[in-house]
Design a protein around this ligand. Structure first.
Ligand code: AMP
Ligand code: GLY
Length: 416
């Protein structure tokens, strides 16, 4: 089978490697770093590429209807149409769908004007959460203990100054507390099967400090996500959401990615994404046993009942993302990436190019994901950072605490 993966980041590189175990894969457009690391990349619009299966990575083309266009041409596609992608494209729409389906989520209000938004903020105990309704590359959410900051943030978003059209409507939420996890489920329109849970690190700095990023690292398994917790999330969040979509006539074939907070009163959905997580995919794919292509193709065909459920090794995976100076606020690119070959040669290491341009120079804020496997989270973590130390460019930075708490909490990991 020939598979076309649409996208250009570390997630797409990881998908290409996993699908490439049992298929011929081309990434469209990919990036020069991926090519240097042995992945075939192709230019041009996805429908100019001849493939048996199309797997769409990022949310923007899904929201823009790429899956619909390809399906209209009779192609097999993994990724929801524009209708289902609204789940990520509009947080207000998502919250309304969840509320209607009885899915546990934070109390919220949707506002187009600052007056009522301010009034609602003042009725909540705090912490306060203000989100853009529309897509903002993972950066449209403020969580704060300071109501003055929350009100100012809502005003900046609603005025259009902070995020343009994406912020002219905001969702205000009560702030929840607890550990977070990402659970991705593969859906075929009616059925959903969970992948291994992962945890990502959104803030740029150690100890969860500094601004939000596209993701600075991830690990899997998550000690707090026992199989009971995963089953509960599937039962109270993922399956009811898929059923609510189906009731609205939406044939959802793709990933439902639940961003979950494990609160004292049980799991709560913070968000749904309509695609694989980045960098969660870099660790989840590494732990997936068996034929990834067969499962994804079956989901795209509406036939998850014809394939075995995905299985994951008990080994752990840790991914550390390396970024350019100034990322995320004012990234400066164009530095030469050194040490790729040395890092690549290390035991248990897989490199994923997120933003390496031609001539092997940095070409995006997030440049490289160094993923390592090991029998425990601690062992995988050690290997990942050993790989990281082989790579360099001027001003390169990364978090030094990816998976450190989980590694300390559990020396021996089993299950998912
Ligand atoms: P989202 O894009 O909606 O997942 O939000 C990004 C991040 O903001 C999440 O991963 C959480 O860390 C945080 N967040 C979102 N909603 C809430 C909430 N209601 N309470 C506390 N933190 C939240
Ligand atoms: N890792 C967060 C995301 O993919 O949205």
């Amino acid at each position: 089978m020939r598979v076309c993966v649409v996208g250009s980041g570390g997630r797409e590189h990881a998908l290409a490697v996993a699908l490439g175990r049992t298929a011929e894969v081309l990434v469209c457009p990919g990036n020069p770093g991926m090519e240097a690391l042995g992945v075939e990349c192709g230019d041009g619009p996805p429908d100019s590429i001849d493939a048996d299966l199309y797997v769409i990575g990022p949310e923007a083309p899904l929201v823009d209807g790429l899956a619909d266009e390809l399906r209209a041409e009779g192609r097999l596609v993994f990724g929801p149409g524009a209708d289902g992608a609204t789940l990520e494209g509009s947080k207000a729409w998502m919250k309304e769908l969840l509320a209607g389906a009885g899915v546990p989520t934070a109390r919220y209000g949707v506002f187009d004007d600052i007056g009522p938004a301010r009034e609602f903020l003042r009725s909540l105990p705090g912490p306060w959460v203000v989100k853009t309704d529309g897509l903002a590359a993972g950066k449209g959410v403020l969580v704060t203990e300071d109501i003055v900051a929350a009100e100012a943030d809502a005003a900046g978003k609603l005025s259009g100054e902070a995020f343009g059209e994406a912020g002219r409507r905001v969702v205000v939420e009560e702030g929840l507390r607890g550990p977070e996890l990402s659970l991705m489920a593969v859906c075929d329109g009616r059925r959903a099967v969970p992948l291994a849970a992962a945890q990502d690190f959104k803030r740029v700095g150690d100890g969860d400090t500094g601004p939000n990023t596209g993701g600075m690292g991830a690990y899997s398994p998550v000690p707090a996500a026992s199989s009971g917790v995963v089953d509960e999330i599937m039962d109270v969040a993922v399956r009811p959401t898929l059923a609510a979509l189906a009731e609205r006539g939406i044939d959802y074939r793709g990933v439902l990615y639940a961003g979950i907070m494990l609160t004292e009163s049980g799991p709560r959905v913070l968000e749904f994404n309509v695609r694989f997580g980045d960098p969660e995919t870099q660790v989840v794919m590494a732990r997936w046993h068996g034929d990834v292509t067969a499962l994804i193709a079956a989901a795209a065909a509406g036939r998850l009942d014809t394939v075995p459920a995905p299985k994951f090794t008990s080994d752990a995976a840790v991914c550390v993302v390396l970024a350019v100076p100034g990322y995320p606020d004012s990234p400066r690119t164009g530095q030469r990436v050194l040490g790729l070959e040395e890092a690549r040669g290390k035991d248990g290491i897989q490199l994923y190019s997120a933003g390496i341009g031609s001539g092997l120079v940095t070409a995006a804020g997030r440049v490289l994901g160094v993923t390592a496997m090991g029998p425990t989270i601690a062992a995988a973590r050690e290997r990942a950072y050993d790989g990281v130390r082989a790579v360099s460019w001027p001003g390169m930075h990364y978090r030094t605490d990816i998976a450190s708490a989980a590694a300390a909490a559990s020396e021996v990991e089993t299950g998912r």
